[in-house]
Design a binder for this molecule. Structure first.
Ligand code: ATP
Ligand code: MG
Length: 460
């Protein structure tokens, strides 16, 4: 049976902050939920116990509780406590306070890092530790409160379930359990206000809906299309991180399709959005293919590089730019300019750290080099440090429906061929190009530049 919680969860700090009374919290006792201690990270358990032993209250919260209740394997565990960040830091030698807008403490235990957050309060309660922009965005949110106020400050009801080690019950202030059962993603409070406070919550809505296979409750879904442009107020660095979460969580395919459905792509990848809206079906298919591959690799515990994902996500924008510029300059110049324009536009939305930007350009530029195989060119391309990624990208283009005259198979065979076989393969390309086969390389621009024809815009 569900039993009502009265004032069982008033915390040390609650007297300082007036808290809005919750609709009524319920506690789901141990025998009525499926969370077993053995599925919880030992590090999180030790942190909670230590906080409790020191007189604080502490709970497991967020994705860890949600995913355990759903029978899934949690990605990480978050702890909520009434201990202030400095108090947490004093208790754990490995603790580090991170974040300014929203202070959290990272406690490292062995190989695990547990995020410990102090109960949030209502930011209206005091202006000293919180501030808002004109659009209603919370610029700082370090107002502390009680378990109840903390629940109200979380994003979705299913993310606001607290598990306590005191009696192993789950505490639910926002009817999160009902939403979990009906697989509904529901924003706590007024959705538009909450999106204005933090526009990233719109991306989180799509990410969780895709990952959990939940329906977004209509009132939670409605403002997303209208408020999408608020994402422009979020820092480019944070948006880059959020984009990675969108596509590296194992549900990139579903997330991408929701992003198009809710028209958020235009705010994150405007160049690609324009190309797709102009009817670039091949580009849409390439991005989708990339998402399918990414999900497969994540499921198989293989690595995925953001450079590759960005190379695919921006490919339609690059192609559109290339077409626009092609008539106006040489193909090599058009390619370089198209890449520069595409990157510059993208950098107005999300950051792309150099360590990803450079390999992304190499993947693109190698696409121009892969068809040119005469002489030593194939060998040189094979030796390029980014060959493997570029080859995978080529296969993906073909899988997306691009007609490349068997180039993927050629490169597949070339990699395992003997030296003699490779020579024959190159001769065959030369023979076909003479007879007007589709593999004919582009005519040289200048005899003085032996590599000039190899790659329009190739590795500058
Ligand atoms: P996962 O870790 O599986 O991606 P999660 O729900 O744990 O999902 P985190 O980003 O780890 O997501 O955040 C932990 C919890 O903190 C969330 O469950 C939610 O309760 C709260 N939270 C995180 N980001 C926000 C936000 N922007 N607004 C309000 N609450 C948030
Ligand atoms: Mg989490």
């Amino acid at each position: 049976m569900l039993k009502r919680l009265l004032n069982l969860f008033t915390s040390k700090d609650s007297s300082k902050v007036s808290s809005a009374a919750p609709n009524g919290a319920i506690a789901i006792p141990r025998d009525q939920h499926n969370i077993s201690r053995k599925n919880i990270s030992q590090a999180a358990i030790r942190i909670i116990k230590q906080l409790e032993d020191s007189g604080f209250s502490a709970y497991l919260v967020g994705g860890g509780v949600r995913d355990l209740l759903l029978g899934n394997h949690p990605k990480d565990f978050d702890v909520a406590t009434n201990a202030r960040p400095e108090e947490v830091k004093r208790l754990f030698r490995s603790a580090r306070i991170v974040g300014r807008r929203f202070q959290i403490v990272h406690v490292r235990m062995g190989r695990e890092v547990i995020e410990v957050t102090t109960f949030r309060g209502h930011h209206e309660d005091t202006s000293q530790h919180s501030s808002r922009s004109e659009d209603g965005m919370l610029l700082r949110d370090n107002v502390y409160g009680t378990l109840e106020t903390d629940a109200m400050r979380r994003d979705f009801t299913v993310n606001a379930l607290y598990y306590t080690l005191k009696d192993f019950s789950v505490i639910d202030y926002c009817k999160g359990m009902d939403d979990l059962k009906s697989r509904t993603l529901r924003m706590i409070g007024d959705p538009a206000t909450r999106y204005k406070e933090d526009p990233v919550r719109m991306l989180r809505a799509l990410r969780f809906a895709a990952k959990l296979g939940f329906n977004i409750e209509p009132k939670t879904a409605k403002p997303i299309r209208e408020l999408g442009s608020l994402l422009l107020n979020v820092s480019d660095a944070r948006l880059f991180e959020e984009v990675l979460k969108l596509f590296l969580g194992g549900s990139a395919t579903a997330t991408f399709s929701l992003m198009r459905e809710y028209d958020l792509l235009v705010h994150l990848f405007p160049g690609t959005d324009t190309a797709l809206k102009a009817g670039d079906t091949l580009g849409a298919s390439l991005v989708e293919q990339c998402m399918i591959n990414t999900d497969k690799r994540i499921r198989a515990d293989k690595t995925v590089t953001p450079a590759f994902i960005y190379a695919a996500l921006l490919w339609p924008a690059l192609q559109q730019q290339f077409q626009l510029l092609s008539g106006k300059m040489t193909p090599a110049q058009a390619w370089t300019q198209a890449a520069t324009n595409t990157i510059n536009l993208q950098l107005t939305r999300t950051a792309i750290p150099k360590r990803f930007l450079i390999p992304m350009r190499e993947i693109w530029d190698l696409q121009q080099r892969l068809p040119s195989r005469l002489g030593m060119r194939a060998l040189r391309t094979l030796d390029h440090p980014r060959f493997r990624a570029a080859y995978d990208f080529l296969l993906m283009r073909e899988a997306a429906g691009e007609a490349l005259d068997g180039l993927g198979v050629w490169w597949t065979n070339y990699q395992t061929a003997t030296e003699d076989e490779r020579e024959q393969m190159v001769k065959e390309v030369a023979r076909q190009s003479k007879t007007g086969g589709a593999t004919k390389p582009r005519r040289r621009r200048s005899p003085r530049k032996p590599r000039g024809d190899a790659a329009p815009g190739g590795n500058e």
